[in-house]
Design a protein around this ligand. Structure first.
Ligand code: NDP
Length: 397
């Protein structure tokens, strides 16, 4: 039993609050805090039963965070605001001696570049303080990293090739919308591609490499090689990997919109002077695009995210595929949020549960694949993200 402070009241924060509220035996008290308190209040009201308390906080400001943490005295801070706030929230946790969990690695606002180095640099300070930080505990990163660990533990003597495949075959009925924070999402998908090959990173142009891949219950979808943050920790933690790549499906319509957005400068992160004030084009674009948290109502179809792995077992080559499919409509019926928020929020709650119950424990800064995958995998089955696995198949990669 413990107290959790959730920071961020977007689509993911909503799911995390709903899912934590379902487990009073683990999360005895829940405080949901965000920049805009009214969003926290809406979520708390939808959950009902006075289960969730709310507060206002600007998570860019360490003293505000420290005051809130001292007041509520949580056992864990579960951060699902934006990656820009990772370091301020970690700093506040250090000052107050409280455990930390997030779903996306730090990215400086002025540079579209996400890397673990800034957060890994906190390891010694967290260790000395006797507290734990768990990084990247959403779906990808998060479940994909746990899937990889599970494969290493139960299916392979040595893993050689890892392909993480992420398909969203949903339809939200909008001409263009992103499934999570538009600013973070567009920064991620317009970056150059990058993958691990024979001990080094190979860079590609954005969406240069594409391939049809077949997803369970969905069928073939054009998938593009992009860089994704879990690759950085997975190649470090599984040094036998000769190759590690990440693929994501994008529809032609989505890519056309993205190209236009870039070509007309709306993906820019440098401020431009407009009528006497500085405006960041991408931040303005976020303000006019649909709110991902509002997409759920008419969202049909499903997501399918998994790991396709090739390696050696008992001297023989082995192929293995593990995945979860999640229907947007089911996610909405349960939490009022669409599938991408759901697939992120559920693992964040499970990671928090692992820390609260002590099934995962440590002092310092950790990635999820550093822990025993079994209790986490068991919780996925009962908490809304059941997984399937198969061996001896054509991985298409
Ligand atoms: P949203 O944009 O919907 O929500 C973000 C929330 O954070 C909003 O409530 C926002 O407040 C709040 N916020 C922003 N800045 C601050 C601040 N300075 N202080 C306090 N609160 C702040 O994003 P999502 O819910 O879609 O995504 C949340 C996180 O989850 C992101 O970091 C994203 O990268 C991550 N993610 C991870 C995935 C994974 O699989 N690992 C997949 C998808 C998302 P306000 O309403 O005032 O703007």
């Amino acid at each position: 039993m413990g107290k959790v402070l959730i920071i961020g009241a977007g689509g993911v924060g909503r799911v995390v609050a709903f899912k934590c509220a379902q487990h009073p035996d683990v999360f005895s008290e829940i405080l949901l805090a965000s920049r805009t308190k009214s969003k926290c209040d809406q979520i708390a009201e939808a959950i009902g039963g006075n289960r969730v308390k709310t507060a206002q906080v600007d998570a860019d400001k360490v003293p505000e965070l420290v005051a809130l943490i001292k007041d509520f005295q949580p056992d864990l801070v579960l951060h699902v605001a934006l990656p820009y706030q990772d370091l301020t929230i970690m700093e506040a946790c250090l000052q107050t001696g409280v455990n930390y969990l997030d779903t996306a690695n730090y990215e400086p606002k002025e540079e579209a570049k996400f890397e673990y180095k800034w957060q890994w640099a906190y390891h010694d300070r967290f260790k000395e303080a006797g507290i734990m930080a768990l990084l990247g505990c959403g779906f990808d990163p998060g479940v994909t990293s746990v899937f990889t660990k599970y494969a290493a533990k139960h299916h392979f003597d040595e893993m050689h090739y890892l392909d993480i495949v992420d398909c969203n075959a949903g339809d939200h009925g909008k001409a263009f919308a992103t499934n999570f924070n538009p600013e973070i999402n567009i920064r991620e998908v317009t970056q150059k591609g990058k993958y691990w090959k024979d001990g080094q990173w190979v860079e590609t142009e954005p969406h240069e490499i594409g391939k049809m891949l077949t997803y369970p219950n969905i069928g073939p979808k054009k998938s593009y090689l992009i860089y994704h943050e879990e690759l950085e920790s997975l190649v470090k933690n599984f040094p036998t990997l000769k190759q590690a790549r990440f693929w994501m499906t994008f529809g032609d319509e989505y890519l056309t919109h993205l190209r236009v957005i870039q070509n007309i400068g709306m993906a820019g992160i440098e401020p431009v002077r407009f009528k006497g004030i500085d405006i960041v084009p991408l931040e303005f674009l976020k303000a006019v695009l649909p709110d991902p948290g509002e997409l759920g109502e008419n969202y049909t179809g499903e997501t399918s995210i998994g790991c396709r792995i090739r390696g050696i077992r008992d001297g023989q080559e082995k192929t293995y595929y593990i995945w979860n499919n999640c229907k947007h409509e089911d996610a909405y019926a349960e939490t009022g949020a669409q599938g991408v928020s759901y697939t992120t929020g559920v693992p964040a709650m499970i990671g928090a549960r692992m820390m609260m119950t002590g099934e995962w424990s440590g002092k310092g800064v950790f990635n999820v694949e550093e822990f025993n995958p079994d209790p986490f995998m068991a919780r996925l089955m009962v908490d809304g993200l059941p997984w399937e696995e198969t061996t001896g198949i054509d991985l298409e990669l």
